[in-house]
Design a protein around this ligand. Structure first.
Ligand code: DOR
Ligand code: ZN
Length: 477
């Protein structure tokens, strides 16, 4: 008896991390069932003509802020994941700087309940690694986190940056579990002093934000975190790489064998200091968009593998919070999960990267870094049918008003793009079809921690950890 597939996507261009091929793809029970020539496809309940379209594994955005609980006037789990679905993003990893922060098992359980009820796409939840919650890290692992987030620079939500001592203890604990710790790698004390001096000098203009956070804050933080990761054997991820200079400590750490991955975002590839005058508070983000001379080295670092992936740092704030008089009063961050794919496919169209590069940086590499590969991150029989069909020839314009996000303000407003996600499927189900959100997929998203398989943990210097030294020596027991 022949199997009947649920759907066959017919005659598209299938995109892999190392090349493309023409073909068709069959889906059954939420998984990719077969890939190959159209003639080899099983019968199906439904077919979709993908002629002229590219078929990609859905993007995995390792860096989004969805604001629920606590700040739902900016975003919630439904609007944030709707934005993801419209943007071709099938899995998001969501950050813990909500209110209350995701710092213990109760808060984590609450967030799982919200997400599972509302999400259109799959998700992972970050637990906080902070000064005050080290005793909760094991509970957070048990409660189902994808990894941890450590804010070395203070950010929205006013979570104080942990001391180096607390970071070391936290890294020791997490190293035993093999989970990855994602770092907001900017050193808080440097920035706080500089901001105070700038304010005292009467600087309130947009570029004062950049002046408060020179690249040395990232160089120092990446270096310090890499030392702690090397010592403890913890896995780390450097979020939102913004400067040419921080690539040096990142490359050095990789060369020393530290398990470190790196991420950049479209704003650091495509915007520059010259955009502050035009954009004002819209462009304010941490780390800051820097001088345009940084873009080339960041692109090069993606190409040579120093930077592993592109995420968005989707950080929605509503217009009145973004457009205040003094730059210091404008909230930091802007939505991005919805616009990343079109922005980057535009770069594919102008020949700055290949579509395989795109898939490697937005799906394959994130899946591997967080132990989701090969269940996600690749078009392969047996993998989850997380798929986006894109039309590389279709032109569009990014507009504030069109965003799904509750934060209808983006620095990309008015930007022409070419290359648009047209359909998004999560585990075989359309969550976006013909550029329309499928409303009743609210609640379809699942937490991916359950399918995460990190490589075995490799903790180091275990005899010198805080846990080890406070145990009485054997003879004294
Ligand atoms: O600009 C930012 N906004 N950077 C971050 O790291 C976090 C964020 C937020 O949560 O608004
Ligand atoms: Zn962030």
């Amino acid at each position: 008896m022949t199997t009947t597939a649920d759907i066959v996507l017919r005659n598209g261009t299938l995109v892999y991390p190392d090349g493309v091929r023409e073909g068709s793809l069959a889906i059954k029970d939420g998984k990719i069932f077969a890939i190959g020539d159209d003639a080899a496809m099983p019968p199906a309940h439904e077919t979709l003509d993908a002629t002229g379209m590219h078929i990609l594994p859905g993007a995995i955005d390792a860096h989004v802020h969805f604001r629920e609980p606590g700040y739902t006037h900016k975003e919630d789990w439904q609007t944030g994941t709707a934005a993801a679905a419209m943007g071709g993003v099938t899995t998001v990893f969501e950050m813990p700087n909500v209110s209350p922060p995701t710092a213990g098992k109760v808060e984590l359980a609450q967030k799982h309940a919200l997400a599972t009820a509302k999400a259109h796409v799959d998700y992972g939840l970050y637990g906080l690694l902070g000064e005050e919650n080290l005793a909760n890290l094991e509970d957070l692992v048990a409660g189902g986190v994808i990894g941890f987030k450590c804010f070395m620079g203070n950010t929205f939500g006013n979570l104080p940056a942990p001391s180096t001592g607390a970071m070391l203890e936290g890294f020791e604990i997490v190293a035993r579990h093999g989970k990855r710790i994602s770092l907001h790698a900017e050193t808080a004390s440097i920035m706080a002093r500089r901001q105070k001096h700038l304010q005292a000098a009467g600087r309130n203009d947009p570029l004062a934000h950049l002046a408060a956070r020179p690249a040395v804050v990232a160089i120092e933080a990446v270096s310090r975190a890499s030392i702690l990761a090397e010592w403890t054997g913890a896995r780390i991820h450097v979020l939102h790489i913004s400067s040419a200079e921080e690539l040096k400590p990142l490359r050095e750490a990789k060369a020393r064998g530290v398990d470190v991955t790196g991420e950049t975002c479209p704003q650091y590839l495509l915007l520059g200091a010259e955009d502050y005058g035009r954009l004002g508070g819209r462009i304010r983000v941490n780390p800051p968009v820097r001088e345009a001379r940084n873009q080339g080295p960041i692109w090069d670092a993606l190409k040579d593998g120093t930077i592993d992936m592109i995420a968005t740092d989707h950080a929605p704030h509503v217009p009145e919070e973004k457009l205040r008089e003094a730059i210091w009063d404008c909230d930091c961050g802007f939505p991005g999960v919805e616009t990343q794919m079109s922005l980057m496919l535009t770069e594919v169209n102008v020949g700055r990267m290949s579509i395989s590069d795109y898939v490697r940086w937005t799906s394959y590499n994130p899946a591997r870094a967080w132990g989701l590969f090969p269940k996600k991150g690749i078009l392969r029989a047996g993998a989850d049918a997380d798929i986006v069909l894109v039309d590389l020839r279709r032109s569009s314009m990014i507009c504030d008003a069109d965003l799904q996000s509750r934060a209808k303000i983006t620095p990309w407003n008015g930007r022409a793009v070419r290359g648009v996600p047209v359909h998004t499927l999560v585990r075989g189900r359309f969550v976006m079809r013909d550029r329309k959100l499928i409303d009743d997929t609210k609640g379809w998203g699942q937490s991916v921690h359950a399918i995460q398989e990190m490589p075995p943990a490799k903790p180091r210097h275990v005899d010198q950890t805080t846990a080890a030294i406070v145990r009485p020596p054997l003879a004294a027991q």
